[in-house]
Design a protein around this ligand. Structure first.
Ligand SMILES: NC(=O)c1ccc[n+]([C@@H]2O[C@H](COP(=O)([O-])OP(=O)(O)OC[C@H]3O[C@@H](n4cnc5c(N)ncnc54)[C@H](OP(=O)(O)O)[C@@H]3O)[C@@H](O)[C@H]2O)c1
Length: 321
């Protein structure tokens, strides 16, 4: 079948291991289902995979793609939940020590079809397009958990999103605005800040700029480049929710501020299947139209990867089949 995959890890030149080609049709193990893909979306995770981060060398070649939407053999339209748990696990899907994301051990969604355990699909809301549904399973789910499960923020409080145009960042802005938060965002260019304002941010700032006042919560996926600013932007007792470190994982911890102002720092990863259901319902009920920055046929995937690698994003990059 047609697929986009990583042939081997390449830490320095990730795009050179990207292949647009053919892979064997998947077999469907008992208790799993086949999803004929309609749309899938690109995440930074796919670039980490090309670099060999978070995947063992013997797992290559690996079809890329951590999320997407498609149709089961019986015609049901579904969204894929990418967190695959050990069959014996009970409890929060994201806390299973043996969990894996699609593309770490099992083949991903950038293909004509993918197989996943039957509990890893949830029904697609009727009013949501396949393209919109294809961006829910990773970036939007991560943003949902950061905001509604981890931050403890109440409507009316002020949140700062580091980054304006990324997949997780745009989701945070749209979800926070719809929930009644005061949404502030930083962006590296005027275009990116204008996008954040169109999506509902009440105010935007250049990366690292001093804010008019300190905020209740900061949402971090950037890491080294913005961490110090995140800590300095918080009110006493405020919280940073961190789910990524695109610019590097080794920030100065700003420990003096953390203890003196009694700040809280908490990690967040993906979300559970129940949270994915709740996210889909929320987006549907609130009438949110999730931001898609680029739509490309899967055959032109390389363009999308290159744009993401070079920071040329305006929301999610979606591939169609
Ligand atoms: N833990 C999880 O479950 C989980 C799930 C999803 C994503 N993540 C992680 O979250 C991160 C973002 O993923 P994504 O898919 O949203 O990626 P993306 O769409 O490529 O977005 C990248 C974001 O990072 C910002 N950024 C990058 N470098 C920066 C720098 N040097 N200074 C300031 N801002 C910078 C960009 O800001 P501008 O808008 O200003 O360009 C943009 O908002 C990745 O590290 C990813 O691995 C983790």
């Amino acid at each position: 079948m047609f697929a986009v995959y990583a042939k081997e890890p390449n830490a320095d030149d990730p795009l050179s291991s990207l292949v647009v080609g053919e892979r064997p049709d998947p077999e469907v193990p008992q208790g799993w289902v086949r999803v004929s893909m309609r749309s899938a979306s690109l995440n930074m995770h796919d670039i980490w995979t090309l670099r060999g981060v978070g995947i063992k060398p013997d797992q290559f070649p690996m079809i890329l793609g951590c999320d997407g939407a498609g149709v089961l053999d019986d015609g049901t339209e579904v969204v894929i939940h990418s967190v695959v748990n050990d069959p014996s696990w009970h409890g929060d899907d994201t806390l299973d020590p043996k969990r894996t994301l699609l593309t770490e051990k099992y083949q991903g969604t950038f293909a004509e079809s993918v197989v996943v355990p039957s509990r890893n699909v949830v029904p697609k809301p009727e009013g949501m397009s396949f393209e919109e549904a294809a961006i829910m399973g990773t970036a939007w789910l991560t943003a949902y958990r950061m905001l509604f499960v981890k931050s403890g923020l109440r409507p009316g409080q002020t949140m700062l999103v580091q980054g304006a145009s990324g997949g997780v960042a745009t989701a945070l802005i749209q979800l926070g605005k719809a929930a009644g938060m005061r949404v502030w965002a930083t962006g590296r260019t005027e275009d990116k800040r204008a996008l954040a304002e169109r999506l509902g941010a009440h105010q935007t700032f250049e990366s690292g700029a001093r804010l008019p006042e300190r905020v209740d919560a900061v949402f971090e996926t950037v890491g080294k480049a913005t961490w110090s600013h995140s800590v300095k932007s918080l009110k006493p007792g405020g919280i940073i929710v961190v789910s990524g470190s695109t610019s590097g994982p080794d920030p100065s911890a700003e420990l003096q501020r953390v203890f003196f102002l009694q700040l809280r720092v908490t990690g967040s990863t993906m979300g559970s299947r129940d949270e994915l259901r709740d996210l889909l319902s929320y987006v549907d009920l609130a009438g949110i139209r999730p931001q898609i920055g680029a739509r490309l046929p899967l055959r032109e995937a390389e363009q999308g990867f290159s744009d993401m690698l070079h920071g040329a994003t305006a929301g999610k990059i979606v591939f169609t089949l």
